[in-house]
Design a protein around this ligand. Structure first.
Ligand code: ZN
Length: 134
């Protein structure tokens, strides 16, 4: 039970709120109660859950990560995107979200964000369930 979503990222690093798309996938999958996994099948992107109310939060995470992990540094990977690989591993390739009555269980301020670290590209997001379905 997996649903594949496509996300177009507009620049090298950006965070895209995919909460509505994930919620739609949960409905399409017929998940009523249980949990879903949001999985990113890429090595230079990630998924995270954080504040969706104030866009400056994701901007600050972007700037903070880039200060910690600069684009240019003591890297050997010939592709020139080691910073993107490191950020991807730090934030992680999956998130689990509980589902109750067919709705995502998120805190008031929480949203699900696709994290692009080596765009612009067209990316894939997989939403999967192994739990009870209708
Ligand atoms: Zn690479």
């Amino acid at each position: 039970m997996i649903k594949s979503l496509s996300v177009r990222t507009p620049k090298r690093t950006c965070f895209i709120n995919i909460t509505a798309e994930v919620a739609r996938a949960v409905h399409d999958l017929g998940v009523v109660d249980g949990s879903i996994t949001v999985y990113i099948p890429h090595t230079t992107a990630a998924v995270t859950i954080n504040e969706s109310a104030d866009p400056d939060v994701m901007r600050d995470i972007d700037v903070g990560l880039s200060n910690l992990i600069p684009h240019v540094g003591d890297y050997r990977h010939a592709e020139g995107n080691s910073d993107a690989h490191i950020k991807s591993s730090l934030l992680g390739s999956s998130e689990i979200v509980f589902v109750v009555d067919g709705e995502l269980v998120l805190g008031t301020w929480q949203g699900v964000f696709f994290c692009e670290f080596d765009g612009p590209r067209t990316r894939t997001v997989l939403v999967g369930s192994s739990d009870s379905v209708s």
